[in-house]
Design a protein around this ligand. Structure first.
Ligand code: FE2
Length: 383
């Protein structure tokens, strides 16, 4: 294991987990001493009736709220600004984010602008949020993002078609209401893509340069759970054991990468997402096996421990690491996600994708040092 490097660990989010816990939302607000929440969600969740289930609990609790449901997939800077205006207009004293990563990440941005002003890109990086933002309750409806427990928000700069991250423990939700029942209506493709995002969070959290023992423990347990339950959750959405497993797997993976980091897989996924507005989980899935292969010489031992968490036995670390890569490639196909080739990345876009990957704030966390040249080499190999 080697000498443990100094690290710090904090988790400002209280996690309430279990079937039906979202019904406690009004009580949680009262405990927080808050009474005017802005609900941040998206049109898909409104149409699917998921928001109505939470609305009922808010109304029964006598809470006055306003709804902002214009969050787009891969949340945009403009969504954040519009949501912040809605929060100010309503006089919101807190936020309730309901959804996958997009509404939760967008709500984090809204909380910053509503309290600090300016433009959202002003807060890019790790230390630009200097005081508390609007307190937030996060209610995840997918099992993948981990945003309900992470310190980060990923927003698309629409002018540059570039996804940037804002990170600070101040962005963390005050309370996460993790209710597996809310994830049961996800269709198979969304279950697959978000689930692969969670798996990538765990694998990158475990192998990124800033990895530390608590993040490691969360990551390895997340890997074990996710590889076990993801195929079941994709095959049978009503399998509540699998749904609960995926949700806690996603929470554990979120805690892991939030305290460690993500790395080259996310750098590529975010570059692709910013360029093509493609689903984040799918972008991660297509990059997962090729990046692991590319990183292999730099983290054989760690990848073999990933394989052990997946349930493999092996004689040498090299053999284990190979098994981990084979497993993720097979899992990607099994859950019906495409290969990088099928995503249709244009040859003329490769340069800019490589450049944006190298520019990503998590690039330096990849176990193998990467620059634009290495990304380009890897992308050409993948394409
Ligand atoms: Fe992610």
């Amino acid at each position: 294991m080697g000498v443990i490097k100094p690290f710090s660990f904090e988790l400002p989010t209280r996690i309430e987990f279990g079937a039906g816990v979202s019904s406690s939302v009004a009580d949680v607000l009262k405990e927080m001493g808050k009474q005017r929440p802005l609900v941040v969600t998206d049109a898909g969740l409104m149409d699917a009736g998921i928001f109505d289930r939470v609305r009922e609990h808010l109304e029964r609790g006598g809470i006055r709220f306003e709804v902002f449901s214009s969050v787009e997939p891969n949340p945009k800077d403009v969504n954040v600004m519009e949501g912040a205006s809605a929060a100010k207009e309503f006089g919101a004293d807190c936020l309730i984010a309901i959804g996958g990563g997009s509404p939760i990440d967008c709500a984090k941005g809204i909380g910053i602008i509503a309290t600090h002003g300016g433009k959202i890109r002003d807060y890019e990086g790790r230390n630009a949020v200097r005081s508390d933002t609007l307190p937030m309750i996060a209610i995840p409806t997918t099992s993948g993002t981990g945003s309900e427990v992470t310190f980060s928000s990923v927003i698309t700069d629409t002018a540059e078609r570039f996804k940037f991250s804002i990170r600070h423990p101040r962005l963390a939700a005050r309370v996460a209401l993790c209710d597996p029942e809310l994830t049961a209506s996800m269709p198979p493709m969304l279950t697959a893509a978000t689930g692969m995002d969670a798996l990538v969070h765990a694998i990158e959290g475990f192998t990124a340069v800033p990895a530390e023992p608590i993040a490691d423990a969360c990551a390895l347990h997340a890997i074990e759970i996710i590889v076990n339950f993801l195929p079941r959750a994709v095959r049978s959405g009503e399998d509540m054991e699998a749904r609960a497993g995926m949700l806690i797997g996603s929470v554990l993976a979120g805690i892991s990468f939030s305290h460690s980091d993500v790395a080259a897989i996310h750098c590529i996924a975010e570059a692709l997402g910013g360029m093509y507005d493609a689903p984040h989980g799918m972008c991660n899935a297509v990059a997962l096996a090729p990046v692991m292969e590319f990183n292999m010489p730099y983290c054989v031992e760690r990848y073999s421990r990933v394989a052990a968490a997946m349930g493999h036995s092996f004689k040498t670390a090299e053999e284990g690491a190979e098994k981990a890569v084979e497993h993720v490639a097979k899992l990607t196909r099994e859950v019906g996600l495409p290969s990088f080739r099928l995503l249709g990345v244009r040859e003329e876009d490769m340069e800019i994708i490589a450049e944006n990957s190298a520019k990503n704030g998590s690039n330096s966390s990849n176990p193998r040092p990467m620059g634009k040249k290495e990304y380009l080499e890897l992308l050409r190999k993948m394409g």
